[in-house]
Ligand binder design. Structure first.
Ligand code: CUA
Length: 186
């Protein structure tokens, strides 16, 4: 290897190194740009679907009247659970659902903002008065989960707890045949 070859080799190496440096900076810029775009997009675009409810008439008419709260077996075999949060309890206080079944949880608040969290699952939503929160859920096995309010809602917040009781699918079907809406206390 001659002296000139050596110099040329170094120049090539330096050029390749610079190219990789530019490329890696470029990747970082693209990623930051994507994160910024998604963040701004999500913050400024309205949700795909917004359902409203009226906290003042919640108990009087519509989907969330007391007689309609609880778990309902749908004709397609899925279950819809309707529940409301109010200072300082959930209605129903104990939600009854079958295992291994697609469940739709529909919930709202009758007064202030509450939170609904089901321990041992990824179910965690805010109950905002005036809006309906809808979440899909599914439980693998029978058991009990506590359901605390996770949003400070006033002096009784600490005591605002509910429960979810998951029962065997067949047992639930038998109960559902006898009653239109189910909760643990039926
Ligand atoms: Cu309801 Cu905290």
């Amino acid at each position: 290897m001659t002296e000139t070859d050596h110099g040329a080799g170094e120049a090539v190496a330096a050029r390749i190194e610079r190219r990789w440096a530019i490329l890696s900076i470029g990747i970082v810029v693209v990623l930051v740009g994507m994160a910024t775009f998604i963040g701004i997009h999500q913050a400024t675009m309205p949700q795909g679907r917004v359902e409203i409810s009226d906290p003042k008439t919640l108990h009087l008419s519509g989907e969330f009247v007391e007689s309609n709260l609880g778990s309902a077996l749908e004709t397609d075999g899925s279950v819809t659970v309707r529940a409301i949060g109010q200072q300082y309890s959930f209605t129903p206080q104990c939600i009854l659902v079958p295992a291994e079944t697609p469940i739709t949880l529909r919930t709202t608040s009758a007064d202030v903002v509450h939170g609904l969290l089901i321990e041992g699952t990824n179910i965690n939503t805010m109950l905002v008065p005036g809006y309906v929160a809808e979440l899909p859920m599914r439980f693998k096995a029978p058991g009990e989960h506590v359901m605390p309010c996770q949003e400070f809602c006033g002096i009784g917040h600490q005591g605002m707890w509910g429960k979810v009781r998951v029962v065997d699918k067949a047992a639930f079907a038998k109960l559902a045949a006898a009653r239109r809406r189910l909760t643990c206390v039926d």
